[in-house]
Design a protein around this ligand. Structure first.
Ligand code: BYC
Ligand code: FE
Ligand code: FE
Length: 474
C-alpha cells in the first residue's frame, strides 16, 4: 500500500493532513514556533548559505533521498510515516497484546506511558541540534559542514515526526508537550533536556563524530524498539526515522575513521600528531570513553519496571522483535543473568526477563558499537601499526543502572574511587584535552580541502566528487 505524499502543503506529509483540518491547523500554529526555535537554537549563522541537502519527499524507494542546494531555514520539514508493510492488518508481535491487530489509536490505559516515551524520544532531537549549533564555524571542510547540517535538519524533522504524534493522538496534553519541547534547552540548569547525554556540551568535531557514532546509535536502537510498537502510528513513524538515522551513524563512524587514518599516516611517517595539530590516539580513546559511556546510560537501568511495563503493554519491543529472533515473544518465565557488586564482591543475579529489556537493548547496542571500533582498528592495521583503540565495557563510568556510582576500569574490573581518580586523566578527557582539540579546530572551507587532523573521505555525497561545492557561501 503506497500513501499519497502531499508536497505542496505548508507541511509536506503523507498522513492526509489536507483532510484533517483540526490537526493541520494545530500543526500550522506550532510551525512558526518551531521556526523561531530553529532560528534561535539551530545552527548559528549559515542561514543565507546554500547547502547541498537531501530532503525527504516520499517514503518509497529513493523518495527520501532528493538532493539539492537549499537554505536551511527553507528546508521542507515534513511528516512521513512508513507505508504499512502489507495489505490488511498488522498483528502485534510481542507482549500481552500479542496476536491482536495493531492499534490505530492509543488505548486509554497506555496513554500516559506512550506519551512519556514519545516525549523522551522527541526531546533528544532538538537537544542534539542545540548541542551542535556552533560547530559550523570550525568545520574541517565544506563536505563535513554539509554533513553536520544534514544531521541537524533531519533531527529537526524527527522532532516534527514526534510532534505530529503528540498533536494527533494525545489531545491537549500532547499540544502542551509539543510546546514544552521548544522551551527546554540543552544544558540549561533551570529547564534542561530530559536525558543526561543531551545536556552535555558537544565542544568540538571530535565530540561531534563520537556523538554521532555512539549517541545517535542509541537512537537507532531505541527507534528500532519503538518501531515494533503495537501503536501503529508510532511504529511506522520510527521505521521511517531509521532510514535517516543510518546516515547520522555513517557520519560518525567515517568521521572517526578519517581522524584515525590521518593520525596513522603521521605515525607511519614518524611524526608526532601533537606536533602538527592532529589527534593522538590516546586522546581519541578518551573521547571514545567519554561518549560511549555517556551513551550507555541512555538505556536506563538494566533492571527496570518501566521497561517491563512498556514491553508488557506491547508499546516497546526488543531489537528486531518482529524478525522472529526470540524464542518467546512474551518474555515470561525467563531470567536475564548479570553481575552486580555488593560491598565490592561480584555476584550473579537473575532479573526477570521483562524487567531486563533495557539491558537486552544495551547489549545489542554494545555488540554493534564493538563492530564499529573493530573497523576503526582496521585502519591502524592497514598502516601496519600495532596500536589499537578499544570500546570500554558496559560498567565503565556509569551514572545510571547497576554499575552507576561504582568504579571500574575500562576492562570492567572493580577498582577503588582513588584508583579511578588516579587514572582519570588517562581514561577520560580533561580540560587540557578539550583545549588542545579546540586549538586544532581551524576552519577549512575551500572546496576539496580538509583540516590537517582529518583525512578526506574516499567518496563524495550522492556521487558528487569530494571537491564538490557542498556549501555555497553568500
Ligand atoms: N538520563 O526505569 P529506568 C536519539 C530516568 S537517542 C536521565 O531505569 P527507563 C537521538 C527514567 O526516565 C534515543 N534520566 O529506565 C540521538 C526514570 O525516571 P522516572 C532517545 C534517566 O525509564 C542523537 C528513572 O530514571 N529515545 O534518538 O526504562 C541525536 C528510572 O529509569 C536516564 C529514547 O530514549 C538518563 N540517561 O528507560 C538525536 C526512547 N535513564 O520514571 C536523537 C524513549 C533513565 O523514575 N525512552 N532515566 O521519573 C525510553 O524508552 C526510556 O525513557 C529510557 C529510560 C530508555 C530513556
Ligand atoms: Fe533523530
Ligand atoms: Fe540522529
Amino acid at each position: 500500500m503506497t500513501s499519497f505524499v502531499d508536497l505542496e502543503a505548508k507541511i509536506p506529509n503523507n498522513v492526509g493532513l489536507k483532510d484533517d483540518p483540526v490537526i493541520r491547523r494545530a500543526l500550522e500554529t506550532w510551525q512558526p514556533a518551531y521556526l523561531e526555535w530553529w532560528r534561535d537554537m539551530g545552527p548559528s549563522d549559515f542561514k543565507q548559505d546554500d547547502i547541498y541537502l537531501r530532503t525527504a519527499v516520499g517514503v518509497g524507494r529513493g523518495g527520501w533521498a532528493n538532493f539539492g542546494h537549499v537554505k536551511m531555514p527553507d528546508y521542507r520539514w515534513g511528516i512521513f510515516l512508513a507505508d504499512p508493510e502489507t495489505e490488511g492488518e498488522r498483528k502485534i508481535k510481542f507482549g500481552d497484546a500479542m496476536g491482536q491487530p495493531v492499534w490505530m489509536q492509543i488505548p486509554g490505559e497506555m496513554r500516559a506511558r506512550a506519551r512519556r516515551l514519545i516525549v523522551t524520544q522527541a526531546d533528544t532531537e532538538p537537544a542534539s541540534v542545540e548541542q551542535q549549533r556552533l560547530l559550523g564555524h570550525t568545520a574541517p571542510s565544506i563536505y563535513d559542514m554539509r554533513n553536520l547540517f544534514q544531521v541537524n535538519v533531519e533531527e529537526g524533522r524527527h522532532l516534527w515526526a514526534m510532534v505530529y504524534l503528540l498533536h494527533k493522538y494525545f489531545g491537549s496534553e500532547g499540544r502542551d508537550e509539543a510546546e514544552e519541547l521548544l522551551r527546554r534547552r540543552s544544558g540549561d540548569p533551570d529547564n534542561p533536556r530530559v536525558l543526561q547525554a543531551f545536556n552535555k556540551p558537544i565542544r568540538d568535531w571530535m565530540a561531534f563524530f563520537c556523538f554521532t557514532t555512539f549517541t545517535d546509535r542509541d537512537g537507532k536502537y531505541q527507534l528500532a524498539a519503538l518501531a515494533e510498537s503495537g501503536f501503529d502510528p508510532l511504529a511506522r513513524t520510527t521505521q521511517f526515522m531509521l532510514t535517516e538515522e543510518a546516515h547520522h551513524l555513517q557520519v560518525g563512524e567515517n568521521g572517526i575513521a578519517r581522524i584515525i587514518e590521518r593520525t596513522a599516516q603521521l605515525m607511519k611517517e614518524g611524526v608526532d600528531p601533537r606536533k602538527v595539530g592532529a589527534m593522538p590516539l590516546d586522546l581519541i580513546q578518551r573521547y571514545i570513553n567519554e561518549w560511549s559511556s555517556a551513551s550507555y546510560d541512555l538505556f536506563g537501568g538494566e533492571d527496570s519496571s518501566n521497561a517491563a511495563e512498556a514491553f508488557a503493554t506491547s508499546l516497546k519491543g526488543r531489537y528486531r522483535e518482529g524478525d522472529g529472533l526470540y524464542k518467546d515473544p512474551l518474555a515470561l518465565n525467563q531470567n536475564y543473568e548479570t553481575e552486580i557488586f555488593e560491598n565490592g564482591v561480584e555476584k550473579k543475579v537473575q532479573i526477570p526477563l521483562r524487567r531486563a529489556m533495557n539491558a537486552l537493548l544495551l547489549e545489542a547496542y554494545h555488540a554493534d558499537a564493538t563492530r564499529i571500533v573493530a573497523r576503526w582498528n582496521r585502519v591502524l592495521e592497514q598502516y601496519q601499526l600495532s596500536e589499537r583503540v578499544y570500546l570500554p565495557t558496559l560498567r565503565f563510568n556509569r551514572q545510571i543502572g547497576l554499575y552507576g556510582g561504582l568504579w571500574f576500569n575500562p576492562q570492567g574490573e572493580q577498582i577503588s574511587k582513588e584508583a579511578f581518580e588516579r587514572k582519570r586523566t588517562e581514561w577520560l578527557p580533561v580540560d587540557a584535552d578539550y583545549q588542545y582539540v579546540k586549538n586544532c579546530m581551524i576552519k577549512v572551507w575551500d572546496r576539496g580541502k580538509f583540516a590537517n587532523w582529518i583525512a578526506p573521505p574516499p567518496v563524495g555525497i550522492n556521487n558528487q566528487p569530494v571537491d564538490f561545492e557542498y556549501v555555497k557561501f553568500h
